[in-house]
Write a protein of this length. Structure first.
Length: 564
C-alpha cells in the first residue's frame, strides 16, 4: 500500500511586502517555509506509515528551492521525495496545477493521497478537489481523523455545523483539517535523501501558459483603523445605535421577469443567508440583462424571496452528484457567469465543476464586478493583506464568494421552483453526524462577539446570555478553541473562518495577525482589553481599556435591566 502527500513551499506571509508604486508583491528576502496545513498532512502520512505499514512519498511542485521542504518531510519520516519542476510549469493557476498533480498521481498510483486544506499564499482550497476529480479519486475535504481497514477508510470531516463520519473505499484523496494532529518536531539530522525530479519530459503536454485565470492587478489592503478609546457609557450608546440599525428593515427591490437566453447561474449550497446575498449581488450585476437561475440543496421554503427567475432544487445529494447535475446543465444552457458560496461544500462542488469543464475558478472573493460583460473577481491572498484582481480566460467565468460580503437588496417572490430528482452515487456513505453543541448560533448574524484568552472560562455562559439578548453570534481565537472553550467551527482567523458582521466586539483578544486576518471585513470593530498597548486596538474603531470580566458583568447587568 502506498501513500502520497503533496506539499508546497510558501513565503512567510508575515514578511510579505507590497510596493504600491509598482503594484507588485516584494518577495526578495522573504523566508520560505513548508505550508503549515501541508505539514499536518505530512505528519498524518507518517502516522499512516507507522500504523498501517504504507510506503510513503512526498511531492512538491516548485523551483529547486522546494527541495528544502521535501527534505524536511523526509526528516519527519517520509520514505522518499519527488520535486515537480520545469520552466514550462511556471505561472500555473489552480487548474493547471491540478492537472500536473493529477498526472503525478497517475504515475505513482497511490492508494491514498493527502494534502493540506489550502496554501497560505493562495487560500483557494481548490487544488485538492480539482486534483481528485482529474485523477478519478474520491475526495473528502477537511478531515480531522483517519482510520484504515484494508481498502476501507473511515474519516471524520469537520463541517460548517458539526463533525460527520464518512466511510469510503480507497483510492481516495483527502485534504486534512488543521485540527487533525500536532506535527512532530523536525529533527536536525543529515540523511541520504532519495528525491526524483519530474519535469516536462516526465509530465508531458501541460504548460503554465494553459492557465485559465489571469491576475490583472494587485493592491494592498490596509487593515489598520483609527482607534478611539471610549468609556463603557459611550460603548453602550454605540451598541444601542447598532441594535436600532439592525431593527430597521432594509428596502429591497423586486427583479423583473426575464426570458433572456443568457444565464447568470448561482449555486445555493447549505446556507440560506449566503444564498440570498449571492442572488442579490447577481441581480445587481445583471441589471436586467440576464436570466438568473439558481441550483441548490436548500429547501425552497428557507430561501423564499431568492432573487432569481428559476430555482432548481436537488434535495440533499452528495457533492459529486450535485456537481454532475450542474455540469450537465451548463453543457446544455447558455451560462455566462457563475457565483457560488465559499463554504465547505460550495468550494468542493465548484472545484469539481471547474475541473470537469475546464473553467477558471477564483475562490473566496470579497467583491465581484462586471466590465464589458466580463466578470472581474477580487480575492485576498497572502494572509488577506493583498487583494488580487482576477479575470477568467473562458466563459462561463466562475467564482466563489465569502459569506457576508453582500447585502440583500433584491428579492423575487414569484420565482419558478423546479424540484429535480437526481441519481445518487453510493461511493461515499454517511455514518454519523455530531452537531455543534447548542448555544452557538451561526455566523450569519450582524453582530459577532469574539472571545480571547483574556476571558475567564466561567464567563462563557454570561457571554451566551449577552449574545441571545442582542441577537449575536459567538466566535473565538485559536487558543480559546484549543482550550475547548469555543467549538472549532467557530474559530475566527487564518486557520478558521473569516467574518464580516456589521459589528464585531472583541473581548480579551490580544490581536495576533492570524486572528486579524479573519476580521478585516467587519464593519465596526470594538475591542475590550485591559492593556492599552494591545495590538487589537490597532485594528479597531473603538477601544475600551477594561477588564473583560468587569465589562461582561456590566454589559449583562445593563441588558438585564433593559437599559438599551
Amino acid at each position: 500500500m502506498r501513500a502520497l502527500v503533496f506539499i508546497k513551499q510558501v513565503p512567510d506571509v508575515n514578511e510579505i511586502k507590497f510596493d504600491s508604486s509598482t503594484g507588485r508583491i516584494v518577495r526578495q528576502g522573504v523566508k520560505l517555509l513548508m505550508n503549515s496545513f501541508d505539514k499536518k498532512a505530512v505528519e498524518e502520512t507518517v502516522r499512516i506509515k507507522e500504523k498501517y505499514g504504507y510506503e510513503t512519498i512526498v511531492a512538491s511542485m516548485g523551483p529547486e528551492s522546494a527541495m528544502d521542504v521535501i527534505k524536511e518531510a523526509i526528516r519527519m519520516g517520509i520514505d522518499r521525495g519527488i520535486l515537480i519542476s520545469d520552466r514550462k510549469f511556471g505561472g500555473s493557476d489552480t487548474y493547471v496545477t491540478s492537472k500536473i498533480l493529477s498526472a503525478v498521481i497517475n504515475i505513482i498510483k497511490p492508494d491514498i493521497v493527502l494534502m493540506g486544506r489550502y496554501s497560505l499564499d493562495g487560500e483557494t482550497s481548490q487544488v485538492p478537489p480539482e486534483t481528485a476529480y482529474m485523477s478519478g479519486y474520491k475526495f473528502i475535504s477537511s478531515v480531522s481523523e483517519i482510520k484504515i481497514d484494508g481498502d476501507t477508510c473511515i474519516a471524520k470531516r469537520d463541517e460548517d455545523n458539526g463533525i460527520r463520519t464518512i466511510e469510503f473505499k480507497l483510492p481516495a484523496l483527502i485534504s486534512v483539517s488543521e485540527k487533525i494532529n500536532r506535527a512532530r518536531p523536525v529533527p536536525d539530522i543529515d540523511l541520504n535523501y532519495h528525491i526524483d525530479i519530474f519535469d516536462s519530459n516526465k509530465i508531458t503536454g501541460i504548460s503554465g501558459s494553459d492557465s485559465l485565470t489571469v491576475v490583472s492587478g494587485t493592491s494592498m489592503l490596509n487593515d489598520s483603523r483609527n482607534c478611539r478609546f471610549i468609556s463603557f457609557e459611550e460603548f453602550t450608546g454605540i451598541l444601542n445605535q447598532k441594535l436600532n440599525e439592525n431593527m430597521i428593515t432594509e428596502k429591497t427591490e423586486s427583479i423583473d421577469d426575464n426570458e433572456s437566453d443568457n444565464i447568470f447561474l448561482g449555486l445555493a449550497v447549505d446556507d440560506p443567508a449566503t444564498s440570498m446575498q449571492i442572488a442579490s449581488k447577481i441581480a445587481e450585476l445583471s441589471n436586467g440583462s440576464y436570466r438568473i437561475v439558481f441550483i441548490g440543496n436548500i429547501d425552497p421554503e428557507k430561501i423564499d424571496g431568492l432573487a432569481c427567475h428559476e430555482y432548481i432544487y436537488l434535495g440533499k445529494p452528495l457533492n459529486i452528484d450535485f456537481a454532475n447535475f450542474v455540469i450537465n446543465y451548463i453543457k446544455t444552457s447558455n451560462v455566462r457567469h457563475i457565483l457560488a458560496p465559499s463554504n465547505l461544500n460550495g468550494r468542493d462542488i465548484s472545484s469539481f465543476i471547474a475541473a470537469s469543464l475546464g473553467l477558471g475558478l477564483t475562490a473566496d472573493c470579497v467583491d465581484i464586478k462586471l466590465e464589458d460583460s466580463k466578470m472581474i473577481q477580487f480575492k485576498p491572498a497572502f494572509g488577506g493583506g493583498i487583494i488580487a484582481r482576477i479575470e477568467s480566460k473562458k466563459i462561463p467565468d466562475f467564482a466563489t464568494v465569502r459569506p457576508g460580503m453582500f447585502k440583500v437588496r433584491y428579492v423575487n417572490y414569484n420565482a419558478r421552483v423546479i424540484i429535480s430528482g437526481i441519481a445518487h452515487s453510493d461511493d461515499i456513505k454517511y455514518l454519523d453526524f455530531e452537531p455543534v453543541e447548542n448555544g452557538f448560533p451561526a455566523f450569519n448574524k450582524k453582530i459577532i462577539i469574539g472571545v480571547g484568552r483574556g476571558v475567564a472560562r466561567d464567563k462563557i455562559d454570561d457571554i451566551k446570555q449577552i449574545a441571545s439578548k442582542i441577537n449575536a453570534a459567538i466566535g473565538g481565537t485559536r487558543k480559546v478553541v484549543d482550550m475547548h472553550i469555543i467549538p472549532r467551527q467557530f474559530q475566527i482567523g487564518l486557520t478558521g473562518v473569516s467574518i464580516s458582521p456589521a459589528l464585531y466586539i472583541a473581548i480579551g483578544i490580544s490581536g495576533a495577525d492570524n486572528h486579524i486576518v479573519g476580521i478585516r471585513y467587519a464593519g465596526t470593530i470594538i475591542a475590550v482589553n485591559n492593556n492599552r498597548d494591545a495590538s487589537i486596538f490597532k485594528h479597531s474603531d473603538y477601544g475600551l481599556v477594561m477588564d473583560s470580566t468587569e465589562f461582561i458583568d456590566s454589559l449583562l447587568n445593563n441588558l438585564n435591566h433593559n437599559k438599551f
